[in-house]
Design a protein around this ligand. Structure first.
Ligand SMILES: Cc1cc2nc3c(=O)[nH]c(=O)nc-3n(C[C@H](O)[C@H](O)[C@H](O)COP(=O)(O)O)c2cc1C
Length: 178
């Protein structure tokens, strides 16, 4: 499989990136082709609502790193997307990326992507993994709508993930499905 991971966390050594890294290491060990993009490393441009993607072209009209990542998703089998919870939502970095998914539907609103598998990773400061479940399911719905079918969702509420045995077994069980 070709797996692309995208993180909206600005903390390179944070928990979101650590969980994604673990998933990617497991996937790579199984022979899957993996690429990991941390959005905060790039100059991010929000959707301009120019509608180039829905009228003139078949891709985003902005020429930047996000468009390059979006192009790669067409050839991927699986997308792993992660974000810390900021103000009850995904980070601004991931929201910019999600807005740019708009270019992946055609003029009739039909997804341009063939079905992809998807995994979501969320990390939150508040304890209680149910606390943001409405937001998590909203994000899932967005990706599902673009044919990125979310099959697993990992929610972390521990500052030190190595001490969270429940989370570790959840990660292992997701890895087993890769
Ligand atoms: C700007 C900002 C806003 C945050 N808002 C929330 C929030 O609304 N709810 C919450 O549970 N945690 C919130 N947090 C805490 C982070 O979600 C938490 O520390 C998370 O584990 C960070 O992920 P990371 O380790 O990948 O950076 C916020 C942190 C920051 C910096």
């Amino acid at each position: 499989m070709r797996i692309i991971a995208i993180s909206g966390s600005p903390r390179m050594d944070g928990t979101t990136n650590a969980i994604i890294q673990k998933l990617m290491e497991n996937a790579a060990a199984k022979g899957h082709f993996c690429e990991f993009y941390i959005l905060n490393r790039f100059e991010l441009h929000g959707c301009q609502a120019c509608r180039y993607c829905r009228t003139e072209g078949d891709r985003c009209g902005i020429d930047d790193k996000i468009s390059q990542i979006l192009d790669k998703i067409y050839d991927a089998d699986m997308l792993i997307v992660g974000s810390p919870v900021y103000m009850g939502d995904v980070t601004g970095q991931l929201k910019i990326f999600m807005d740019r998914l708009y270019s992946m539907k055609d003029s009739s609103g039909k997804p341009r992507l063939s079905d992809k598998k998807g995994i979501l990773v969320f990390s939150q400061g508040a304890s209680g993994k149910e606390y943001y479940k409405d937001m998590f399911s909203r994000v899932k719905k967005t990706f599902d709508g673009y044919n990125i079918k979310i099959q697993n969702m990992i929610v972390n509420d521990s500052a030190d993930i190595s001490q969270d045995s429940e989370l570790q077994s959840e990660i292992e069980s997701v890895c087993a499905d890769l």
